[in-house]
Structure formats: C-alpha cells, structure tokens
Design a protein around this ligand. Structure first.
Ligand code: SF4
Length: 368
C-alpha cells in the first residue's frame, strides 16, 4: 500500500511568527497545549519574560505549534498580545462562541481550532472562514468522540454507527461545509480516548481525504499511561504514513508532552534527533540520584541543538562502561561524582550537593 500524501498547509509566517508547514513530505510537527488559563498579569514584567522563556524552551525542545484554550473574549485579548511577542506559532482553541474566533484573527494568531460539534450554525462558520481566508490562517476541524454533533452521537449510542465511522463522518461533513465556502486551508483531527477508535478513524479518513491530519489519543491519562496509549496508537499510523502533526495529550506538563512526541517520532525515525538521554533506572548500588538529576536536566538536554548522547548513571561500577557510546556522562562514585566521555572518566570531584553536581555537569556540557 502506498502511503497517503496529504496536502500542505502553512501555519504562521507573518509578522514575527515563524512559518511551519504540515502535510506533504514535511516532517511531522510536534505540538502541545498550554495547561493554564492566562491573565494579563502573566504577560507583565518578569512573569512575561518567564512565560516567553518557557515557550522558547518548548520550541528548542522541538515543539512546532502551541495551542491555547480561549474560553472567553478576554482570553482572546491575552492570547493576541502573547502571539505578538513570541515566534512560536500559537493556535487558538475555540468552542461555542464564533465571535471569539473572529477576535483572535485580529492578532498574529497562527491557527484556529474549532469544534464542529458546538460552533453553531453555518453563517457563524462562514464568518470565521471568511476572515481566516483573508488572513491566510488555517483552521483545524477538531472532532472529539465526546462532543460529536447530536445526530451522530445518537447513532453511536444506539449502535447504528461505529464510533470511528462517526468521527470520520463528522469531520467530512464539516469539511464539506468549508469546501462549499471555498475554504481549503484546513486540517482535521478525530480524537477518541480509545486506541482502536483512534487508529481506525484516522485510517478511514486518510483513505477518503487528503486533508492533513493532526493525530493523537485524547484524555489519554497521566504521564506513563498516556505515553503508552499514544505510542500504541500513533506508531502504527505513522508507520503507514498517516499523521502530519501529533499531540501526545497527557495529564502532565507541555514539556513532557513534547518529549513523548519526540520519542515517538524518533522510534519511527521521523523526528529531529538532538540529545538522546540514556539514564539508568537507579538501584540499591547507586551513589547518585539519577531520577532527580534527570528530572532537573531533561528540559535543558532535550533543548540542545546538537545530536548527542547524554548518559546519567547511578554508580561507577557500571556507569561509564555501560554508557561507552555517550558523548557526555555523569555517574555517582561513593561520595564523589565522575564525569565521562565515551566511557573514559575525564573528571572526578567530591560532591556534597545537587548544586555542585549541576555546576560541574554544566561546565562540561558547555564544552560539548
Ligand atoms: S548504573 Fe549502577 S545504580 Fe544504576 S542501575 Fe546500574 S548498577 Fe544500579
């Protein structure tokens, strides 16, 4: 079977916003979603600088698109202001009120996501589509199993329609409305919390349409279970060439969603490489808390703009030897720390605190 080829859409590329392409032969884009509601106070002074730093950090880790819920008109004003301050393309996620979508389009917001299950009548969609077309802003039609349009929901409830088929029908019905309005700058997602439904819906859609697909399992759970469920659903789809952008939805931080997305793409050899972290699970022999160190350093390491292997090992007995291939490694050794390259110890130092370990590691990391 030949892999489906989706059409290409451009996100951003205006004012200071970076251009990101999805579809065609472009690399699969990782995206995530901001977890908190912002206020104008989040944009002021040091808070605003910290927010911009965190968003830039997500970009360095490989996130290409960042979505924000926009539940009320005031949130559109805040997102609009933020969109003019960062180069990361920002996507406004809008349910129910089409006027919020219209307001977002007054700012350099790079993409809209609307839910056909609740955005309302055709004239409202037409108003949003017309303004988005004028500004060159793509729209994702985001269908969720939990908020299907009423007739489809009833058909699923009375078992006259399979849930995956209902997701596809909801997406195609809405796309037909967009097509009639002459708007083709669209992407589609069909999200369910079940792995089988997610795979089936996306396979069916890819057979019937070339509109680019945003894929992921929704409400997938906390870090471990959510990562496993997304991996189980996304790997078979990506292996078949289905999926132009992914979001690993987790009850966890955006950073961990991006890391999970990156590892899934790397497993399919589709992602940018950057740093690969090799870290030991820690055991009773450890002289160094690899779990805490990895947690402290993972954002920085995944943000490195360099292909490298970083090892974080618990003890000197096995650490350097087991991680011979590492470009840089750190391991505990009794009350000391060893830093090594390619299995050879290059530095040994007594360490009494996390701060000392971090400082020594940072000095060597900066030399990489
Ligand atoms: S490197 Fe040492 S501490 Fe880590 S799992 Fe192996 S033996 Fe245990």
């Amino acid at each position: 079977m030949t892999a489906p080829v989706s059409r290409i859409i451009k996100i951003g590329g205006f004012e200071e916003v970076k251009a990101v392409f999805i579809g065609g032969d472009y690399p699969v884009v990782i995206q995530t979603m901001w977890k908190d509601r912002l206020s104008f106070a989040n944009l002021e002074n040091e808070a605003g600088e910290a927010l911009a730093r965190r968003i830039n950090g997500l970009a360095a880790m490989g996130c290409g698109l960042l979505r924000f819920a926009v539940p009320a008109m005031a949130d559109a004003e805040i997102l609009g202001e933020l969109a003019s301050r960062v180069s990361m393309p920002l996507c406004a996620d809008i349910h129910f009120d089409y006027k919020i979508a219209l307001r977002c389009l007054d700012f350099p917001v790079a993409k809209l996501r609307i839910n056909p299950g609740n955005i309302g009548r055709r004239n409202r969609v037409a108003a949003v589509v017309s303004k988005a077309a004028a500004k060159g802003v793509p729209i994702r039609i985001g269908v969720n199993a939990g908020s299907l349009p009423a007739p489809l929901r009833e058909a699923v409830d009375n078992r006259s329609l399979d849930r995956a088929e209902a997701l596809v029908k909801a997406a195609l019905d809405e796309l037909a409305v967009f097509d009639e309005l002459g708007f083709t700058n669209t992407a589609v997602s069909m999200k369910a919390s079940g792995i089988a439904d997610t795979i089936k819906a996306n396979r069916l859609f890819a057979e019937r349409s070339s509109v680019p697909l945003h894929i992921g399992v929704t409400e997938a759970g906390p870090l471990v279970s959510g990562t496993v469920r997304n991996t189980a659903a996304l790997l078979p789809l990506l292996a078949e060439g289905i999926g132009d952008t992914i979001r690993v939805s987790l009850s966890d931080s955006p950073e961990n969603e991006v890391i999970a997305g990156r590892e899934i793409l790397n497993a399919e050899e589709l992602g940018k490489h950057g740093a690969v972290i090799v870290s030991c699970p820690r055991c009773g022999r450890n002289g160094f808390d690899t779990i805490a160190f990895t947690e402290r350093w993972k954002t920085r390491l995944y943000g490195l703009d360099k292909d490298c292997v970083i090892a974080i090992m618990g003890c000197a007995v096995n650490g350097p030897g087991e991680a011979r291939h590492a470009d840089l490694g750190i391991t505990g050794a009794g009350n000391s720390l060893m830093i090594f390259r390619h299995g050879k110890v290059i530095r040994t130092l007594p360490v009494k605190s996390d701060a000392e370990a971090d400082k020594a590691f940072e000095e060597e990391l900066n030399k990489l």
